[in-house]
Design a protein around this ligand. Structure first.
Ligand SMILES: Cc1cc2nc3c(=O)[nH]c(=O)nc-3n(C[C@H](O)[C@H](O)[C@H](O)COP(=O)(O)OP(=O)(O)OC[C@H]3O[C@@H](n4cnc5c(N)ncnc54)[C@H](O)[C@@H]3O)c2cc1C
Length: 1019
């Protein structure tokens, strides 16, 4: 909870930066304009060429990263196997899993001596490939048994693989402890000084910035551990040197996400109340010792927040340590807002009369940023999509940093010889003070050459940590080195000639390299389905309309229908059905697509209603409106693709056609937990297939449904083809399904109510009508010991507690391997303790209330029962007085079979497993439900096998298990979880259709004119 003693108070958020999603071409052209006449690229090539040639003359040793990735690029199955082993093997605690993982990864790759490509290490690579393929013979199948000899052999292979990965990792880590790292740094400094043969200048030479490795904090305990480790490192660095200034002293790099588990834009108040005092304590140490402390740059959604943090800390530094020049941060050039960030940083420094050290990097999270934008349906990408654009931005930012020399000491972090040469030229022409930077284990060859110039200063970013902590960092570096576009990668490839390697990036700006998130989906049968538009909640300009809509929304009262209304409406709909069904399918599709577009444009308004009536959090509301938009567009396309009349083959003299019609009046009954998405999904599917629809929303959320029905009328759905009937299930629902005009029922809700409807339909006279039921689940996640606990806990928290656990896909049962269970449970306990439970209208809220008093009483009763019958593992403390809040909680059960019923709230059950993972899967199947399943393992073959064994509709591997996307993860289960077909999938519409074949004897009138005229004789 926010510390009341914190001197830092979050000011109201204000936009300091321009909009991130401006057209890429415009941003790059603006950057290029600032570089006009700033550089002579012929000279850049002239400076860089000898460095490149010297490095290529002395290739790095075989086990160096560059060489290894040359032999086994990450795009190959061997490279991928190495990377995945590197990521996981060292953390696996039990031998069985380690063997299975090694067998799985080495087994799928072809480490074949003959397949080794040409290169300086061909012979060594060939030998190692032979060794690996020989070793593989000792490995059993991934989960296979194998005899004693092979098991003994397997252990040896695994031990050797572990050792190899440790060696690989060591290339990137300066030491396991800060003291070890500092000793190594001393050695490297001496070597460098010797190389310069006394030419060392006090102002130049090698400096270090230490980085304490690890995953980001998930709990307060993690954060405290990191804080202690940073504090200890600063102490050690301070003791180990007497430096004249932070610029020449060794320093430290810190990650704010390591110091606080909720370093997020949505948690501004807590960031100021809890994180900043921690950072301040480190600043006091660093400033007192007069050394450099730099805040690393992380993901884009924290960019604005990071500037607010900088400003607040700077204000305090200005009064406490006004002479200290060691405070700094990293700026990522790949951001479309990078130039504005540099200006904003300079402005903050100037306003507080300080001088900052600013490290310019290109950026390490490019792939993640692109994925996030696509998933979120954002307007554009916050980072450039061409490598050259990032390079241009880097140079433009460099120019700007140098221009702000009065308040900024620039630090240029790059391993790219072209970039280095350009920077040296630019900085020297302006007589600027600066330093270069590189990562330990990277760019050593190039810097060996660059540093022959005694006037160049270079700081090495030096990770420190044990093997277990370096894995995420190691994988980042493997990806960075392995990317085809990366300079380091191309440097190691002699087929890339020097001109190309050092070519100027400053050509004209190009259009984005891949489609905007709106156009993510490829054309299908000539139709381009637009992705629904999302909102970047971290960008004020995008969030403001949402906040305004929530504040302005008053939930209207919707009149309840009577059973007489039902009878009259069903007659009216039955009358309207024929005309609607006779409209060509393309026309119906166009209307539904128009509805999708209208909804897309009214996202904020619908979010307001969802917050106020459905009590959903802002993030959930945006996701829900998007899902409804996707349903409209997807089913419109599917209808056009799949429901057209189809000519069938047959004998000559006859024509055959298959036609898809609506069935009549479909009754759609939807739940309150997705009052818009599920409501709209059912209704538009039934409509586009040609049915008239009687829609009964959940009693708790009629206003959202009524607004959607109005929107569908506006889009062109006739009033006699769609009607809303709001009222209790027992009366209105029951009379709808019992009505003689009811030609089909589409229902989403509890298994129990689905059974009642099924029985009612069975007892009804007249036709047997289709029944589509989507019900609940006892959804499980199986975690083995190769999984990454931090990733598991992120997925668990999102899947079990988001939406207050009121999703049918929500995780109810975590089944975690005994060897890692204690650690995972501890982390879940910690994550529970930092969840915000409260008013759903606030951005900071993670978990809102349950839907109504009945739900509150039911969930609370179950929690009370579990507190008696099971072991409470952790529970969130709730301080908000907002009504109907249930504290998210986790309980341990002794066995899977102890789980009997779905608790529709934020309650997680945890069971430990040991032994055979397949029998765990069978036990989960025995629960009888089959909706969603999570699998967390790095053993790919195991994940695939479990997925095959699972009697479950939606299986998610190594991610959360909620938020199925229309057309991407068609949603729906089997067993007690539903009848299918899957919503948002290609088979859904058929269930709403009546099929008709039309056969015409074309020879009836006189004879077969077509055949006689010489046309083809049948198909
Ligand atoms: C001392 C130091 C500290 C660092 N600290 C941070 C930090 O705090 N935060 C952080 O994020 N990174 C940090 N990095 C990592 C840094 O981002 C990468 O090492 C750097 O991007 C590699 O750039 P390069 O000039 O060496 O290589 P190059 O090969 O010239 O550039 C590679 C970079 O180009 C960009 N890129 C690649 N493909 C594309 C594309 N298609 N479109 C647009 N851009 C593309 C990416 O940023 C990629 O990393 C640090 C690096 C160093 C050396």
């Amino acid at each position: 909870m926010p510390s009341s003693s914190s001197p830092f108070v979050a000011a109201p958020q204000q936009a300091r930066l321009p909009y991130p999603y401006r057209p890429e071409v415009d941003v790059v052209e603006a950057a290029l304009a600032t570089l006009q006449g700033q550089m002579d690229w012929v000279q850049v090539i002239r400076s860089g060429r000898p460095w490149v040639e010297a490095v290529r003359d002395k290739p790095a040793p075989f086990w160096a990263m560059e060489s290894l990735l040359r032999e086994y690029p990450i795009s190959s199955s061997e490279g991928l196997a190495l990377m995945r082993l590197a990521e996981a093997l060292l953390r696996v605690p039990d031998v069985e899993t380690a063997i299975a993982l090694t067998a799985d990864q080495l087994g799928r790759a072809e480490f074949d001596a003959d397949s080794v490509v040409d290169g300086p290490h061909k012979m060594l690579a060939g030998i190692s490939a032979s060794a690996i393929s020989l070793s593989k013979k000792f490995l059993p199948g991934a989960d296979g048994e194998g005899g004693l000899l092979s098991r003994l052999g397997a252990k040896t292979v695994v031990a050797a693989t572990v050792r190899a990965i440790q060696l690989l990792g060591r290339q990137f880590v300066l030491g396991r402890t800060i003291h070890e790292a500092m000793e190594e740094a001393l050695d490297q400094r001496k070597t460098m000084e010797n190389a310069r043969r006394g030419n060392a200048d006090a102002a130049t030479g090698l400096r270090f910035s230490y980085d304490m490795l690890g995953e980001g904090a998930r709990t307060e305990h993690d954060a405290e551990r990191y804080l202690a480790s940073y504090a200890n490192a600063i102490n050690a660095i301070a003791r180990g040197q007497v430096a004249a200034s932070p610029e020449t002293a060794d320093g430290i790099s810190i990650k704010l996400s390591a110091l606080f588990s909720r370093y997020e834009d949505g948690q501004r108040e807590r960031v100021f109340g809890e994180l900043l005092p921690r950072v301040w304590s480190l600043i006091v140490q660093a400033a007192t010792a007069n050394l450099n402390l730099t805040i690393d740059a992380e993901e884009t959604d924290r960019l604005e927040l990071s500037l607010d943090v900088l400003d607040a800390l700077a204000a305090r530094i200005a009064t406490t340590f006004p002479k200290w020049t060691g405070f700094g941060l990293a700026v990522q050039a790949y951001q479309t807002r990078a130039l504005a960030v540099v200006d904003a940083v300079a402005e903050i420094a100037r306003r507080h009369k300080l001088r900052f050290m600013v490290r310019l990097v290109k950026g390490a999270y490019w792939d993640g940023e692109i994925k996030r934008a696509q998933e979120g349906g954002l307007v554009g990408y916050p980072v450039f999509t061409h490598k050259e654009h990032t390079d241009i931005s880097y140079l433009a930012c460099a120019r700007s940093l140098i221009a702000h020399a009065d308040v900024i000491y620039p630090q240029f972090a790059t391993h790219n010889a072209g970039t280095i040469a350009a920077i040296l030229q630019m900085a020297r022409s302006k007589n600027a003070a600066f330093e270069m930077q590189r990562l330990h284990g990277m760019g050593e060859g190039i810097y060996r050459e660059v540093m022959r110039d005694p006037t160049v200063a270079c700081r090495v970013y030096a990770p420190v940590g044990e093997h277990r902590d370096l894995l995420a960092y190691l994988v980042r570096r493997l990806l960075e080195n392995g990317a085809n576009s990366s300079f380091v990668h191309q440097l190691a490839d002699n087929t890339v000639d020097v001109e190309r390697l050092l070519a100027s990036p400053m050509t004209t700006a190009r259009p984005p390299a891949f489609p905007m998130p709106a156009y993510l989906y490829p054309m299908d049968h000539g139709l381009q389905r637009r992705n629904s538009t999302g909102i970047d909640l971290a960008v004020i300009a995008e969030r403001a309309p949402l906040d305004a809509a929530v504040a302005a929304t008053v939930v209207p009262v919707i009149r309840e229908a009577t059973t007489e209304d039902v009878i009259a409406t069903m007659v009216r709909l039955d009358g309207g059905f024929t005309a609607w069904n006779e409209r060509p399918v393309n026309e119906r599709a166009a209307i539904i697509r128009r509805a999708g577009d209208l909804l897309d444009a009214r996202l904020a308004e619908f979010c307001g209603l969802l917050v106020k009536e459905g009590h959903k959090t802002l993030g959930d509301c945006v996701a829900e409106v998007r899902e409804a938009v996707d349903f409209c567009r997807y089913y419109a396309d599917q209808a056009q693709i799949r429901l057209q009349d189809q000519v069938l083959p047959g004998p000559t003299g006859e024509s055959n056609e298959l036609r898809m019609n609506g069935r009549g009046v479909f009754v759609c009954i939807s739940p309150w937990n997705f009052p818009l998405a599920i409501f709209a999904g059912q209704v538009v599917a039934a409509l586009v297939a040609g049915n008239a629809v009687a829609a009964k929303p959940a009693e708790q959320t009629p206003a959202v449904a009524a607004r959607m029905v109005e929107l569908l009328y506006t889009a062109g759905v006739p009033k006699d083809a769609l009607a809303l009937l709001h009222g209790p299930g027992e009366t209105i629902g029951a009379s709808l399904t019992a009505n003689r005009h009811c030609s089909g029922v589409c229902f989403t809700g509890s298994t129990q109510v689905a059974k009642i409807i099924q029985r009612a339909l069975a007892h009804k006279d007249g036709p047997i009508v289709p029944f589509i039921a989507e019900t609940g689940g006892l959804n499980a996640m199986i975690v083995d010991s190769s999984a990454l606990p931090e990733q598991v806990v992120d997925a668990v928290v999102q899947s079990a507690f988001r939406s207050a656990g009121q999703r049918c896909s929500a995780l109810r049962l975590l089944v975690v391997h005994g060897s890692i269970a204690d650690g995972v449970i501890e982390m879940i306990r910690g994550a529970l303790s930092v969840l915000n439970v409260g008013d759903p209208a606030l951005l900071a809220t993670d978990v809102g209330p349950v839907i109504d008093d009945e739900a509150y009483t039911g969930v609370s009763r179950n929690v009370a029962r579990l507190k008696k019958d099971a072991k409470l593992l952790g529970e969130t403390a709730v301080s908000s007085r907002f009504p109907r809040l249930v504290a998210p909680a986790a309980f341990e059960l002794a066995s899977i079979s102890q789980l009997k019923e779905e608790i529709f709230g934020p309650v997680l059950h945890v069971v430990r497993w040991n032994g055979d993972v397949d029998s765990v899967m069978h036990e989960i199947n025995d629960l009888g439900y089959g909706l969603t399943l999570g699998i967390q393992t790095r053993i790919d073959s195991r994940a695939q096998r479990l997925a095959r064994l699972a009697r479950v509709g939606n299986v998610y591997i190594n991610r959360n298990m909620i938020g199925a996307v229309v057309g991407v993860q068609p949603f729906g289960g089997e067993g007690l979880s539903g009848t299918g077909p899957k919503a948002g999938g290609p088979h859904y519409l058929f269930r709403f259709c009546a099929e008709q074949t039309l056969t015409v004897n074309t020879a009836a009138a006189g004879g077969n004119a077509a055949l006689l005229a010489g046309e083809s004789g049948g198909h």
